[in-house]
Design a protein around this ligand. Sequence first.
Ligand code: 5GP
Ligand code: ZN
Length: 121
Amino acid sequence: MMSENCLFCKIIRGEIPSKKIYEDDDVFAFYDIEPQAPVHFLVVPKHHIPTLMDMQPCDSEIMGKLLYRAQVLAKELGLEESGARFVFNCKAEAGQTVFHIHLHVLGGRQMGWPPYPPENH
Ligand code: 5GP
Ligand code: ZN
C-alpha cells in the first residue's frame, strides 16, 4: 500500500528525486538529504507504515529484510570495521519528522551518547 501524500512514498515512486543506493521488491535505500555523518542513508520499507509502533505481525518479514539490507549496505559503504549507528526515531518526541518508517544508518565519524545535549541530563 502506498500513501498519496507521503514524502518517502513519493521518493520510492520516483516522483521526488533521491540519491538511490538500493532497491528491491520490498526495500528502498537512499542518502539522507541532510547528512549528519560522512555516510548517512535511510532504509525504508516500500510498504507505507507510519511509525515503528504501527508495525503489525505481518510486517515482521519486511522489517527483517530491511534490517538485513541496512547492514549489507553499511558494509558495502565501508563501515564494517568502524561500525555504524542504526536508528529508528519513533514519533515526534524521539525526533521523527517523516511518518514513513525509516532506519537511519550513520557512520564514518565518532558518535556521541546519549542522544540529547548534556545540559538536559
Ligand atoms: P526523522 O527526523 O523522521 O527521523 O528523519 C527524516 C530524515 O529524512 C531526516 O534526516 C531528513 O534529513 C531526511 N529527509 C527529509 N526530506 C528528505 C528528502 O526530500 N530527501 C532525502 N533524501 N532525505 C530527506
Ligand atoms: Zn509512505
